[in-house]
Design a protein around this ligand. Structure first.
Ligand code: GDD
Ligand code: MG
Length: 350
């Protein structure tokens, strides 16, 4: 049975103010199902492996949230990062830990903040990915058919081959600019990188040694300390030394051993208010209303207020109104690109 590495240390600033630095989106019950995105990720993978094979990698700041939300997972399987160093460090840390336990391990790496609608289809694709990952040094990613020139994703161009389940990747481009994204979409042989990966622990370690040797060296040296009382001190030091690079830039763009399995399981990265708006039930005016609200001449908007305050709205089209704790945000529903700025500026206002 495979090991599952859940990456749950990102900050998800595009859902601000609903999702905050103190509680990023993976820890929220964003869809109102009673389970948070992290819990839903865990539930999904429980179908293919056992609790003792999960590793959740998160920031020290969020460790208590992981413990609270996944009490089933033993504390030794929650890996805590002292600094945010992006996904390459996160994956390297978990991989070396797993390799120390089981050098023959198969591993699936997954984000913690996605929505997957067709679960049985998903499980089948994960199993296919794992069998494709049996070949030495192959790195398998799961690709999703794109429907818009999104610039926040990785794009995978693959060699069209009807017979092969895992298709050889020709190019991997992380977060292209708008012009490139449009070309990719139109070209037809590109898929989005879902951010889910399957490989043998040996294969990914080999890739780290080849493409990020400094990272490999640091976490390899950690072998002396893992699962001892000195692990934390070593990791604290290690994280000050590793570069802040995602796995996509650090390895996936560079390796020529990447293969893609095409997935069609109702995937959404829930990356923005717009994508959440698409998924949620809407009223006649195409509004998502999660508030005690009166709406007049209002369309295509998202109104979410975390209190029982009555909200009266008139004349809006394509707007977001979100009140969470002490912040009230009113902006265009598609203002995605502005969010980084909002968060930074809001900090200076206290
Ligand atoms: N432990 C840990 N530490 N987890 C992290 C860190 C970190 O420093 N940084 C990010 N993560 C987690 C996030 O919580 C999320 O679950 C996952 O890793 C992916 O990180 P994001 O920051 O959300 O990446 P992205 O959305 O910009 O891009 C990735 O996902 C896209 C699909 O959603 C890339 O893999 C793209 O290629 C891909 O298309
Ligand atoms: Mg993401």
């Amino acid at each position: 049975k495979p090991y599952i590495v859940i990456m749950a240390g990102g900050i998800g600033s595009r859902f601000w103010p609903y999702s905050r630095h103190e509680k990023p989106k993976q820890f929220l019950d964003i869809l109102g199902t009673g389970r948070t995105l992290l819990q839903m990720t865990f539930d999904r993978f429980l179908n293919i492996t056992d609790v003792d094979r999960f590793f959740v990698v998160t920031n020290k700041k969020y460790e208590h949230l992981v413990r609270e939300q996944l009490p089933e997972i033993p504390e030794t399987q929650i890996l805590s990062e002292p600094l945010r160093r992006n996904t390459a460090a996160c994956i390297a840390y978990a991989s070396y830990k797993i390799a120390k336990k089981d050098s023959q391990a198969q591993v699936v790496v997954t984000p913690a903040d996605h929505l997957i609608l067709k679960e049985s289809n998903f499980i089948q694709k994960i199993k296919q990915s794992l069998s494709a990952a049996e070949i030495e040094n192959h790195l398998i990613t799961i690709g999703i058919k794109p429907n818009r020139p999104e610039t926040g994703y990785g794009y995978i161009q693959y060699i069209v081959n009807e017979k092969a389940e895992a298709k050889k990747v020709k190019t991997f481009t992380e977060k292209p600019n708008a012009k490139l994204a449009k070309t990719f979409l139109e070209s037809g042989d590109f898929v989005w990188n879902s951010g889910m990966f399957a490989w043998h622990v040996k294969s990914i370690i080999h890739a780290f040694e080849k493409f990020m040797p400094e990272v490999a060296e640091i976490f390899e040296e950690g072998n002396t300390y893992y699962d001892t009382e000195k692990e934390e001190a070593y990791i604290n030091k290690a994280y000050t030394l590793v570069k802040n690079v995602s796995i996509d830039y650090g390895i996936m763009e560079k390796s020529d051993q990447v293969y893609v399995i095409l997935g069609d399981f109702g995937w959404s990265d829930l990356g923005s208010w717009m994508s959440l708006h698409e998924l949620q039930p809407k009223d006649k005016g195409n509004n998502v209303v999660e508030a005690n609200a009166l709406l007049y001449d209002t369309e295509n908007s998202y109104i979410k207020v975390n209190s029982d305050k009555l909200v009266v709205v008139q004349g809006l089209n394509n707007y977001l109104i979100n009140e969470s704790d002490n912040v009230l945000l009113i902006c265009k529903l598609d203002a995605e690109k502005k969010f980084r700025e909002f968060v930074i500026d809001a900090k200076s206002k206290g």
